[in-house]
Design a protein around this ligand. Structure first.
Ligand SMILES: [Mg+2]
Length: 305
């Protein structure tokens, strides 16, 4: 593991470095506070730092302050090394964001124990970060298809539409509903139904451009948000999705199942902006028409409906 040591005194630095390397640390050296600050901002910077308080340029406390202002993607554990021992000074160090301090001349065993405590904090911090990331994933994604869930795709729809309103551009909503999906579940069972949903989601994902958004809107219903000319861009994506679903049967534990999808497209353009709810209703009406007209097809909704 890497540790950054910022110390302007050569002898102190050498002593620290010797101990740290003996304990298995890989030491990154900074000769003053400014260099330490530069190193700590870099990608892959050590997450453990021992900072001398008194240094030319930036002092250790200033470095602490700056590090704590960084956006917190990862935590840096900061130990101040100080000849100061008055209570007031130590409080200043903690106020600046130091996690711990050690007074000079330092005791090797004490330093080692404090580094161990720091490692425990860093480990906990990392576990917390991972747990948070997993929680966020669960909160925004549909577990069975791994697509965005309803809340997340609706949020994307709102964001994309308000951006279109702001910039006077166009955006299409597509509602896609697998045809006769209930029958798949009834005839082949839920395991096959789940396999069909997953495969359909994957094929749809393959039709998206980098700036399109796709999410599971309901049971077998999906919402796609497509920025671009109305309805041309929406139609193009919808037609691609329709084709990718119909082109080949889905392999499931119960055998190969042929599926199709019906899609309703509705758009908001700079000339006639439409709100999210209204756009969803329009897309839904178009979807209903696509179903009514025989399924496995795309219909476009318009405001006159
Ligand atoms: Mg010094």
């Amino acid at each position: 593991m890497n540790v950054l040591v910022a110390e302007d005194d050569n002898l102190n630095l050498r002593i620290l470095q010797t101990f740290l390397e003996k304990w298995g640390w890989n030491v990154v050296v900074a000769r003053d506070g400014t260099e330490a600050w530069t190193l700590l901002q870099q990608e892959g910077a050590p997450s453990m730092a021992i900072l001398d308080w008194m240094m030319p340029g930036m002092d250790g406390v200033q470095v602490c302050r700056e590090v704590r202002r960084l956006p917190e993607q990862r935590y840096t554990y900061l130990i101040l090394l100080t000849a100061k021992f008055q209570k007031q000074d130590i409080l200043e160090g903690f106020d600046a964001g130091a996690d711990d301090y050690l007074t000079k001349p330092f005791d090797a065993n004490e330093l080692r124990a404090r580094l161990r405590a720091g490692c425990r904090i860093l480990e906990l911090q990392e576990q917390l970060r991972q747990a948070y990331a997993a929680m966020e994933l669960r909160a925004t994604h549909d577990a069975s298809t791994t697509l965005w869930n309803r809340a997340a795709i609706l949020e994307a729809a709102h964001a994309e539409l308000s951006r279109a309103h702001r910039e006077g551009t166009s955006v299409n909503f597509i509602l896609a509903d697998l045809d006769d999906f209930k029958q798949v579940n009834d005839v082949y069972g839920h395991l096959a139904g789940d396999a069909v949903l997953r495969e359909a989601a994957q094929r749809m994902q393959g039709c998206m451009r980098p700036y399109d958004s796709l999410g599971r809107y309901g049971g077998e219903e999906f919402l796609i948000v497509v920025p671009g000319p109305v309805p041309a861009s929406g139609l193009r994506v919808a037609e691609r999705v329709r084709d990718s679903i119909a082109q080949a049967p889905v392999e499931t534990p119960e055998g190969r199942i042929c599926i199709t999808v019906s899609l309703g497209v509705a758009g908001s353009s700079g000339a006639s902006p439409v709100e999210v709810d209204q756009l969803l209703r329009l897309a839904d009406t178009a979807l209903y028409r696509a179903k009514h007209e025989g399924r496995n097809r795309v219909a476009v909704g318009d405001l006159a409906e």
